[in-house]
Ligand binder design. Structure first.
Ligand SMILES: [Zn+2]
Ligand SMILES: [Zn+2]
Length: 449
């Protein structure tokens, strides 16, 4: 018995990624007791992405591209930043409805409550996800998740920063009977389950394909082939798609991404550019009825078309058509190092948000957003991105000097502070030299750097 419980405890971190936990392991009376599952899962995300890259390499399929991977991870960090800076509106609303309108209080410690919560949450997720594809203003935020033309584990972390402001409304009926702590457990476990299905390494899973959402089913969901559009909305259970008529098995080679692909790596544009497009369409469409249809019909709707549009054109699988600017290897390594430094800063700020002044946290997080954006612009070969690198590296050195090292030490700790200083000084020098080289050689072709 002792051995079994030790094995269960040792494997818990990995099992939560696959929903392989029992009610007795993950039941909590109070919201404050619910673990930070996403934080717990981060080492497993990294380990699984490395294993996936190794398998793809061994299969001669090529490892995930640096520009696409960093872009996906950047969107995940953007979501973390928005969550640090805003109130948890979803849980606040859920708890308020539970406190004031609960019809029948299911006991938090009952396995029945746990299973009911798992299934009702998954059903709520199906409907939220379906509406996120079928209602244009909801799609404007959800499209970020679909913007990658690759499909690997990092794609799972490509999340919208605005989706959680609307998705909570779909789960409020559950608050009529399920305690908030149990609801939160399943919200997190359901989200984590959806990580491992973003891969091409797993083909099909036999009879499990009947019940579970699998990599094969979710590949279809990410496709822009006509047969893939508006299909397989499931979170954990594919039965909802089978029940509500949106199920589609994988057939022809899936071509991933948006029907109109984003040909850029600017993550701010990837998150919020859709809102600008929506506003333009709203403004340019004539008549109030049509304007409302722009917001509430499907993204493919236009006057005279059915609610979800008339379908999309056929596409051929051709990886050479995916957006990609040739980037030297050293620059990819450089971007990964700086991405990690920014991620670490966000991680520290999220843990110490209450200790530091809100304005300081906000400014540092804003700096992280602009830094990540500039990394995207480097991959786009934007002419101003080298100057952006000099400015953002110099800013950190300047901050370090004016605070006589306290700000950097506070953030990064003993050894980290020297890694930070070394990286920023080196980066400023590298980019200054490259800019001078560019000016001297009159070379406007950034790719030749
Ligand atoms: Zn989707
Ligand atoms: Zn997905």
């Amino acid at each position: 018995m002792a051995n079994t419980s030790t094995i269960l405890e040792a494997t818990r971190g990995a099992r939560i990624l696959f929903y392989l936990v029992s009610p007795s392991e993950e039941q909590y009376e109070h919201l404050s007791e619910v673990p930070d599952y996403v934080n717990m899962a981060i080492p497993y995300f990294v380990a699984m992405m490395l294993v996936e890259a190794f398998i793809l390499y061994m299969q001669n399929k090529g490892i995930p591209r640096a520009d696409d991977t960093i872009n996906s991870l950047t969107h995940g960090v953007f979501l973390l930043i928005v969550q640090i800076l805003t109130l948890p509106i979803g849980m606040l609303s859920y708890s308020w409805v539970y406190r004031n309108y609960c019809v029948y209080e299911l006991p938090w410690h009952s396995p029945w409550t746990w299973w009911i919560a798992a299934i009702t949450f998954d059903c709520g997720y199906y409907w939220f996800h379906r509406m996120a594809h079928e209602i244009n203003f909801l799609w404007t935020s959800h499209q970020t998740h679909h913007s990658s033309e690759q499909y690997n584990l990092s794609t799972a972390l490509r999340q919208s920063t605005t989706q959680h402001f609307t998705s909570w409304t779909f789960y409020l009926p559950i608050a009529l009977f399920v305690p908030p702590s149990i609801f939160l457990v399943h919200r997190e476990l359901n989200l984590l389950y959806q990580f491992w299905i973003h891969t091409e390494v797993v083909s099909t899973l036999g009879p499990l394909e009947w019940i579970l959402n699998t990599p094969s089913h979710h590949r279809v969901h990410h496709g822009r082939n006509p047969y893939c559009i508006d299909k397989n909305y499931a979170g954990m259970l594919i039965i909802w798609d089978r029940m509500f008529g949106t199920f589609q098995p994988e057939q022809d080679r899936v071509v991933y991404g948006l029907v109109h692909p984003n040909n850029y790596w600017n993550p701010l544009r990837g998150q919020y550019g859709g809102y600008w497009e929506l506003l333009k369409r709203f403004y340019q469409t004539e008549g109030m009825r049509n304007k409302l249809c722009v917001l509430f019909m499907g993204p493919g709707w236009s006057p005279g078309k059915p609610r979800l549009g008339n379908g999309v054109p056929e596409v051929e699988y051709d990886p050479s058509q995916c957006y990609h600017m040739p980037t030297p290897r050293w620059l990819e390594v450089y971007c990964f190092i700086h991405f990690y430094l920014i991620l670490y800063t966000v991680h520290v700020l999220s843990g110490r948000g209450n200790e530091l002044h809100y304005l300081l946290v906000t400014s540092l997080l804003l700096y992280c957003v602009l830094s990540l954006t500039n990394i995207g612009l480097l991959f786009d070969h934007h002419p101003l991105s080298p100057i952006g690198e000099v400015l953002r590296s110099s800013f950190v050195i300047f901050l370090d000097l004016v605070t006589t090292g306290t700000a950097s030490t506070d953030l990064m700790g003993g050894v980290g502070v020297w890694i930070l200083r070394g990286s920023m000084i080196m980066s400023s020098c590298i980019w200054l030299i490259l800019i001078i080289k560019l000016i001297c050689s009159n070379n406007k072709e950034y790719k030749k750097l």
